[in-house]
Design a protein around this ligand. Sequence first.
Ligand SMILES: Cc1cc2nc3c(=O)[nH]c(=O)nc-3n(C[C@H](O)[C@H](O)[C@H](O)COP(=O)(O)OP(=O)(O)OC[C@H]3O[C@@H](n4cnc5c(N)ncnc54)[C@H](O)[C@@H]3O)c2cc1C
Length: 432
Amino acid sequence: MGVTVVGAGLAGCEAAWQLAERGIEVTLWEMKPEKRSPAHVSDSFAELVCSNSLRSDELSNAVGLLKEEMRRLGSVIMSCADAHRVPAGGALAVDREGFSKDVTERIKAHPNITVRSGEVTKIPEGRVIIATGPLTEGAMAEEIERLCPGTDLHFFDAVAPIVTLESVDMESAWFASRYDKGTADYVNCPMEKEEYIAFVNELCAAQQAELHGFEDSGVFEGCMPVEVMARRGLDTLRYGPMKPVGLRDPKTGREPYAVVQLRMDNAEGTLYNLVGFQTHLKFPEQRRVFSMIPALKNARFVRYGVMHRNTYLNSPKLLDRYYRLKVEPRISFAGQMTGVEGYIESAASGMLAGIETAREVLDMPPADFPQETAIGALALYISGGSVGDFAPMNINFGIIAPLGYKVRGKRNKNAAISERSLDIIENMRAGL
Ligand SMILES: Cc1cc2nc3c(=O)[nH]c(=O)nc-3n(C[C@H](O)[C@H](O)[C@H](O)COP(=O)(O)OP(=O)(O)OC[C@H]3O[C@@H](n4cnc5c(N)ncnc54)[C@H](O)[C@@H]3O)c2cc1C
């Protein structure tokens, strides 16, 4: 029996790959280039719609652990991400175009995957994985609503602007990583106290783009627009994305009052994004207010920030630990629409859904990734969280099973959890 995967995003590509690698015939549907969501701009699969960072790559961080588990389990997303890495300190950031192009080529070249182009408007027959993303709309959204009535949960998610490096005033900015750790990967744009105060005041007063149903309370805390953060208090940004700690300006020999960091966005190093500056101000307002950052006074914006409504399912009510719909288990969901939050979490849910679906098709018992692993903990949280106030979740050590014994220091404890998890993954790997 073959499996149909709908949506060639991060989750859909990973799910298709896992199935295909296990000898299952996969039909993968993707609506681009015929139709695009408001956030997708390229024709490639696994498009990164905002930041080019896949976050920390360290095992003392839960998302670092999730990535390592995925590498060991043969993830196509991780393999392409590693191949298109750009310098970003302890984080794994990628050349977004090179990354997506590589995923697309590998998926298209796989002998067990048939790619079909076009919008799917009805849930296909047979075994199917729906991975149409948080911006699913139109007929497919109606189909899902019909299957899962009364689960219209949503939040708002914003994108950060990108500028050209040549337009950044390097007389004012300098290259460094925080605490000079690793290589000097970030462009740091300093601000003095008066500049910062004037900037925050303008940010609070600037005009926002119209967005039906959006209020400041409806944003995801992990991806909050910079203007919403600014309105929470004068110092909020200085303790958030504009934190100057560990960034000593070589011109003054001291930490500035505030710093905006820019991270490389393409392999050529010609484009940089404003780290943590997701926004939904009107475009001219973005240009006006962000030009108040001295190093960006003449910045050329190649992409402005925008905001989108993210929809997700009430998964604890609807899905089991394999991301299968309880009332109709021939249908699985994967990706951000299940309530996992983030690129890597989306890919990880696709991976688990792909592996478990393959096992089901091959008449094998489920793999049952345990709560001691990050990939298992995420699925268990999504299917077992609180139905009443279910909210999107990034991977974190709080949802992974505790060690059961004391370890001194948070880093050591996290490292021990990671070690335990990777041992389990190694033991499971041969049987998967
Ligand atoms: C505006 C915005 C900004 C975000 N920023 C970040 C960020 O900076 N960092 C982060 O970690 N996460 C971010 N996310 C969250 C999340 O990680 C991404 O949305 C991620 O792309 C989700 O992966 P996915 O596979 O679930 O969906 P997607 O990557 O959106 O993939 C879905 C795919 O399905 C296709 N599709 C949709 N409907 C159909 C249909 N009916 N028929 C056929 N194909 C269809 C789409 O074209 C798309 O290719 C952001 C989300 C949004 C909306």
